[in-house]
Design a binder for this molecule. Sequence first.
Ligand SMILES: C[S@@+](CC[C@H](N)C(=O)[O-])C[C@H]1O[C@@H](n2cnc3c(N)ncnc32)[C@H](O)[C@@H]1O
Length: 263
Amino acid sequence: MNPPNIEILPTNDGSVTLFLTDMEETYHSRHGAMRESMYVYLRAGVVDALMALGFLSIDSISALKKERFRVFEMGFGTGLNAWLLDELCRSFGLNYSYIGIEKYPLVTEFSERMEFGFAAMGVHWRSVNGGFWDGLFADGVAATYRGRWNEIFEIGYEKVISRVPVIGSGIKKVSGDVLVDLEQVMPMDTELVFWDAFAPKKQPELWTVDLFARVWQRMRQGGLLVTYTANSQVRRNLLTAGFVVERITGPPGKKHMLRAWKD
Ligand SMILES: C[S@@+](CC[C@H](N)C(=O)[O-])C[C@H]1O[C@@H](n2cnc3c(N)ncnc32)[C@H](O)[C@@H]1O
């Protein structure tokens, strides 16, 4: 799954994603990669899960607990979700640990090409965000890529824009196959799961009752799994695996998405 089978694709919000030409599958929504990540994984995921677990309150813009919460992602991919998580946690002062598993790590040469894409995207976002994103895209995504595999690292920036250090937080990307390595990689009592596998039609083996039950086992009571799809078979599989499932409004361009709570 490395070049030449991958192309960089601009999406409707000005951000870029990857397109696998053989599989005819994108890493994020063509309606807006950035918007999808922010909506599905940050807004409907991190913010709501942390409010439910008492890390944040509706009237507080800073963390209520010092404790570190655990995030596990199925499909590290380009690192966009990991990097956005880091950004959000730093703005709230939240301590987190993130582990993302990836079967097909992108090669460095390709990652560098992606940086150009994100740098271009930074130019676009700068025009709508008054400079806030200047440098962040290129530097942030580059740092997420360059972090070493299978080790915890912090995202550092060359151009620093009011970075708040979050003690003890960090990202770990692990090369492995979720079907084989889940129990070795996903920590027990994980609070939040980003389930960002390719579409159920393309990789049905990543959306089964058996795999969801294994994930459920390792989650904390009250924890949340979020995913971009609203596929009805996925919904049934999550229910059978033991989750309480909600179908909620999806990001722009998508009617619905799923959230699954470990009650
Ligand atoms: C939709 S993309 C994830 C996008 C990613 N979250 C991001 O922010 O860029 C799905 C990812 O799952 C990875 N993947 C596919 N099969 C896998 C497996 N069995 N175990 C772990 N990762 C897998 C793919 O290589 C791809 O990077």
